[in-house]
Design a protein around this ligand. Structure first.
Ligand code: F6P
Length: 543
């Protein structure tokens, strides 16, 4: 068990004194603190000096990483070992963006020719859509609307990245994402679209996911109502999946299927064919630049020693707060409107990976695992929930993500944005003492309310501009951070059995909701009553 490790116990001991440290003192005592606790890789600066750590904290955390064999785990992942043991699969999202094209083997077979082959097919298809030569069924009209139908990892990655890289996108194309099984999502998205100008990308690793298949069936009906010929489907639907059989059962031409593999986890699949709508939006060259960024961070992760390794450092800081200073959540605060969906994307990446309660031997874990991850872009969050981070009782370590240059140089907006970015981490770290408030002539009765305790930790992540490669490197940074934390917590980060029970129960409830005759209900009294009420009020036709 992790807490039995002497390195763990040493950290717990060390935390007792570290709890007393204040960032004000740490910075006063060491004028070179920022320099000492900053790292750079793949175009990103990480300044982690505004954390409640000392050199000793970091050394002890790295000792824990060694005791948990983080270096060995990194090697095993890159070597294609079946580290996803509960699903008996390798974990090789790094192969998808292996731009140096060195062989990466699964069961002795180099996967790079297949990876490169799919990327080439995607690029050829994306070019056809972008240059207007992919036209609607029996029409000369080019496809202008691309609607991705997918959910979870088959939605959040491309949806987040299409927004993040919108600056680079072809504005003649409208790329949209429908995920929710709520018919409103599809209906509102299709409103006003011309079927003959619309291409659906059905994105599902398994091609069985209820939400995606329901949306795909409804989209097909919508298309055929207008085009009135089943043959139109092959012109207006393409698929991204690992399940060739189910794709052709749906009626999609296998020629129009873009494949990926079971060694790509859903939430790690953006660089696979799941990125197709993104590639159509921003073009293959920009997509490849994004892969370059991913690859640069992958190389750094695989090669840099622990003390210079950005993903490892972020992971260890997270472990420090989660396990030794009892933080329950972690905020991610991008100061860039294009990154509005980044926190939602990270929620799946982090919480589906490390939201686990048993260790690799199947025993209940003896330490806290994945934190609750949340966030919103700055400066919006400042006018909403920052109050709690500054003065509330919860410790919320936060990552501030920003860029030196804006892609939209509008007046002095960027200077104002970034002045807030800087000021917030300063205010969080150093606060304002009661004496300082009093010296500002704050009425005595208001002094406690206008005092800021400070000592609230943050990381600053800064790149020059939000380019495709900067985005790729940023995503890879978080992917590897999550991986390292999973190793330290001794959980399996690449399965997600926790989502299964609800799916199974929903099937049963669906039968009950849609049954003609009043069904025999055998749930608890609450669930029975809700089902009855839904039947009574939602389905008058069933009476
Ligand atoms: O329900 C969780 C999940 O399995 C995710 O892990 C996955 O990304 C998502 O559903 C979608 O799955 P699929 O790509 O197979 O439709």
């Amino acid at each position: 068990m992790r807490t039995h490790l002497s390195e763990w116990q040493a950290l717990a001991q060390h935390a007792q004194t570290a709890r007393e440290l204040h960032l004000r003192d740490l910075f006063r005592e060491d004028p070179r603190r920022a320099e000492r606790f900053s790292l750079e890789a793949a175009g990103w600066l990480l300044d982690y000096s505004k954390n409640r750590i000392t050199q000793e904290t970091m050394e002890r955390l790295r000792a824990l990483a060694r005791a948990c064999d983080v270096p060995g785990a990194i090697r095993a992942m890159f070597a294609g070992e079946r580290i996803n043991r509960t699903e008996n699969r390798a974990v090789l999202h790094v192969a998808l963006r292996n731009r140096s094209n060195t062989p990466i083997r699964v069961d002795g077979q180099d996967v790079m020719p297949a990876v490169n082959g799919v990327l080439e097919r995607m690029a050829a298809f994306a070019r056809q859509v972008r240059d207007g030569s992919w036209t609607g069924y029996r029409s000369r009209r080019p496809v202008r609307n691309i609607v991705n139908l997918g959910i979870g990892g088959s939605d959040l990655g491309p949806a987040m990245a299409a927004e993040a890289l919108r600056f680079y996108s072809d504005r003649r194309l409208r790329v949209r994402f429908v995920s929710n099984v709520d018919g409103t999502h599809l209906a509102e998205t299709l409103l006003g679209l011309e079927p003959v100008e619309t291409l659906f990308v059905v994105a599902s690793k398994t091609f069985t996911t209820q939400e995606t298949m329901t949306n795909a069936e409804s989209a097909r009906r919508w298309l055929l109502r207008a085009l009135k010929d089943d043959a139109a489907v092959s012109r207006h639907f393409v698929a991204v999946s690992t399940n060739r059989e189910a794709v052709s059962r749906f009626g999609i031409d296998p020629q129009n299927m873009f494949e990926f593999w079971d060694w790509v986890g859903g939430r790690y699949s953006l660089c696979s064919a799941i990125g197709l709508p993104l590639m159509i939006a921003i073009g293959p060259e920009n997509f490849f630049r994004m892969l370059d960024g991913f690859h640069a961070m992958d190389r750094h992760f695989a090669e840099a020693p622990l003390e210079k390794n950005l993903p490892v450092t972020l992971a260890l800081l997270g472990v420090w707060y989660r396990n030794f200073l009892s933080a329950e959540s972690h905020a991610v605060l991008p100061y860039d409107q294009y990154l509005a969906r980044f926190p939602a994307y990270l929620q799946q990446l982090d919480m589906e990976s490390n939201g686990k309660g048993v260790d690799r031997q199947g025993r209940p874990v003896d330490c806290a695992t994945g934190p609750i991850l949340w966030g919103e872009p700055g400066t919006n969050g400042q006018h909403a929930f920052f109050q709690l981070i500054h003065q509330g009782t919860a410790l919320v370590p936060a990552d501030f993500i920003g860029f030196c240059r804006s892609l939209n140089d509008v007046g002095d907006h960027h200077l104002k944005l970034m002045s807030n970015f800087v000021a917030q981490t300063e205010a969080l770290a150093f606060g304002k003492t009661a004496a300082e408030a009093a010296a500002e002539k704050v009425p005595p009765e208001l002094v406690p309310h206008k005092t800021f305790p400070g000592n609230r930790p943050s990381n600053t992540l800064l790149a020059d501009a939000l380019t495709p490669d900067a985005l790729g490197a940023l995503i890879a940074l978080y992917e590897h951070k999550v991986f390292v934390q999973g190793v330290i917590w001794d959980v399996f980060s690449f399965d997600q059995w926790g989502v299964e029970l609800g799916k199974v129960l929903a099937k049963k409830v669906l039968d009950e909701l849609s049954a003609g005759a009043e069904p025999q209900l055998s749930h608890d009294s609450s669930t029975n009553a809700i089902v009855r009420r839904l039947r009574a009020r939602r389905y008058p036709a069933l009476e």
